[in-house]
Design a protein around this ligand. Sequence first.
Ligand SMILES: C[S@@+](CC[C@H](N)C(=O)[O-])C[C@H]1O[C@@H](n2cnc3c(N)ncnc32)[C@H](O)[C@@H]1O
Length: 341
Amino acid sequence: MNPVPDALSGRLAAALERRSALLGRLRSEQTDAYRLFHGAAEGAAGLTVDRYGDLLLAQSFHHPLQEAQLAELETFYARAFPGLPLIYNDRSRSNSRIINKLSPKRLAAARQPRRARELGVYYRIQGRHAGQDPWLFLDLRAARRRVMREAAGKSLLNLFAYTCGVGVAAAKAGASRVVNVDFSKSSLAVGEENARLNDLGVEISFVRSDVFPALRQLSGLGQPRVARGKRMPPFHKMEKQQFDLVFLDPPRYAKSPFGAVDLVNDYPAVFKPALLCVAEGGAILCCNNAAEVAREAWMDQLQRSARKAGRPIRDSEWILPESDFPSYDGRPPLKMALLRV
Ligand SMILES: C[S@@+](CC[C@H](N)C(=O)[O-])C[C@H]1O[C@@H](n2cnc3c(N)ncnc32)[C@H](O)[C@@H]1O
């Protein structure tokens, strides 16, 4: 069975045509990182093509691209974006790891450190590196844009920070102080590089820590050294403090000795302690990318959980992915909500 229809270049062309106004606007906003083809809604589920500055990145998630399809894709983008190298990462195995080999020339281009720009902020990009995901998630642009509008003069806590895109964007937009928390040393190292690429005049820190003990300490709940009869591993010490803005974007599922992140079954496990770190009159921007969680059910859960925590939500606002991430059913998998408490 052919997973991607033959007229692939027709679909790529239609997608590019649909984006012509958006791409003009993004250019004027100093943005050269965007999704060019979102297969789920544009006729080839499991295939995406992104532009990151002077690099084009194609990824397949369901089936590997056949040779002829890859050739068609390369020919199309070589005409549309002459001179930009295109790297193809096949991530169609169940663990989502990149499995296809590249020619030595392409591999060198894929490993070359580059910069992409979004809303005037520079981000480090590489077509291939030790991890699997690109260093900037493009569907989060809408959230970074919203945080930048909100950030001037405010303190921000960026949880599950990855390469600290949200933290760096907030700092660039005039946040007074930014704290990024993630347990991945290599992701935070890219975050530090992102900070260096921009002219940031504010205090920005990169805390290598499990989010659970960080939140328990920041919120004042406290992290016990022994829990359920088990001695906890050593953890980074933090003082109790609150922030004007908290950004919460956990992975779908992750287990650590300190707790489990599970966006389908237990969002409150991370939401509640994160909410307790929001200063009175502040806001939390939270994300849930589990497609099977409906936004109404998720919002109900957030409202209930906030009431129980004694921090009821005063106002809520949905943030939708921008139009380079079209949805086929009006229910994008990535849900983002800004809640004022
Ligand atoms: C989906 S990414 C977050 C994307 C990020 N918000 C952004 O702006 O690009 C998930 C991140 O969570 C981190 N992570 C997962 N479980 C964690 C935990 N218990 N404590 C700290 N970081 C964790 C991973 O290292 C990864 O960087």
